[in-house]
Design a protein around this ligand. Structure first.
Ligand SMILES: Cc1cc2nc3c(=O)[nH]c(=O)nc-3n(C[C@H](O)[C@H](O)[C@H](O)COP(=O)(O)OP(=O)(O)OC[C@H]3O[C@@H](n4cnc5c(N)ncnc54)[C@H](O)[C@@H]3O)c2cc1C
Length: 290
């Protein structure tokens, strides 16, 4: 039987208290849904000396409109993202992704904060947040900073969240003409992606005013597809353009061969899924049925 190494446990009663405890205890880790951290502890890939449980911090669980942004608390569960009509209306890519993330058991407990902080390259929500140009709020003792997703991932399983800091909120800018979509291929229902692509587009008539593309599982970390974004930005929508963007996705991803498939297959999927997500996102922006 796999068992974690011994650790201390505390249940935080306030955000400030959790941050103070992180600061006071070297080797302490936040635990949210526990669906990534606990398996890692059982395998002894993670050996935190103390777990600070934030599950009682209801003030970190919400999805709400604030001015021209949607704000999502870090402790918001997958199931709440799946069921939110507000999020679905503004950014349907979230529901696309949540429908294919794991199973109800994981979705009932796993959180958006834990997903982003785990920074697994195959994780779906990082690609969605990259595509929709989310910004994240990171709190430390007496400090708070807001950074874009392009600055958030620092490497495989590494993020901008530093010692003594907690990710508290994800902010999504709401601007007119938006459409978004997430496309994923997995080996079986509920599995991690073999490859996945998230796209957000902002249209002005048939011109692509702005675009964001994030890829999962085809590189050492979530990939922001900047070369394809540059090609598409301010261009006139056409099938040929989407084909070119798909070709760039195949070229610019960095998959490795593993049990989920060989490199060529993953490159092919990255291209196909990027095109598919672009088509769906633009159709949604044009309010066409998809
Ligand atoms: C069987 C299974 C299948 C899965 N399939 C998928 C899938 O297809 N796609 C997918 O995207 N995910 C999948 N997951 C992962 C799932 O989405 C997890 O919920 C998620 O990865 C972690 O969220 P959590 O709240 O459980 O985080 P935890 O396990 O509690 O924490 C993960 C990491 O984040 C840190 N952390 C958590 N919250 C914060 C915070 N607010 N601030 C700072 N650090 C924080 C923890 O210290 C830890 O290092 C799967 C998981 C399982 C068990």
């Amino acid at each position: 039987m796999q068992t974690p190494a011994p650790f201390d446990y505390e249940r935080a009663t306030s955000l400030d208290g959790a941050i103070a405890s992180l600061k006071a205890h070297e080797g302490a880790r936040i635990i949210a849904g526990g669906h990534s951290l606990l398996p890692m502890m059982k395998l002894r890939l993670a050996t935190p000396e103390r777990l600070i449980d934030i599950n009682d911090l209801d003030e970190l669980a919400y999805i709400r409109e604030e001015g021209d942004e949607i704000a999502i608390g870090a402790l918001t569960r997958h199931v709440e993202l799946l069921e939110s009509e507000l999020l679905h209306d503004r950014f349907p890519a979230f529901r696309d992704a949540e429908q294919v993330i794991a199973d109800p058991v994981v979705r009932n407990r796993g959180t958006i904060g834990g997903s982003l902080c785990q920074a697994d390259a195959a994780e779906d929500l990082s690609a969605v947040c990259t595509a929709v140009k989310a910004r994240v709020v990171i709190r430390g003792q007496g400090s708070s900073r807001v950074i874009g997703m392009h600055d958030f991932h620092r490497g495989p399983w590494m993020t901008a969240v530093g010692e003594g800091e907690i990710l508290t909120e994800i902010r999504l800018p709401v601007t007119p003409g938006a459409g978004s979509a997430h496309e994923k291929v997995e080996r079986r229902a509920g599995d991690w992606a073999i490859a996945a692509a998230s796209v957000a587009v902002w249209l002005d008539g048939d011109t692509i005013a702005d675009v964001g593309i994030g890829l999962s599982a085809v590189g050492p970390m979530t990939i922001g597809l900047t070369r394809a974004e540059e090609l598409l930005r301010e261009a006139t929508l056409s099938e040929e353009l989407l084909e070119q963007a798909g070709a760039i996705a195949s070229e610019d991803c960095m998959p490795v061969p593993d049990g989920r498939g060989p490199v060529d297959y993953k490159r092919h999927l990255a291209g196909v899924l990027t095109k598919r997500a672009l088509r769906r996102a633009t159709a949604r922006a044009l309010q066409q049925e998809v």
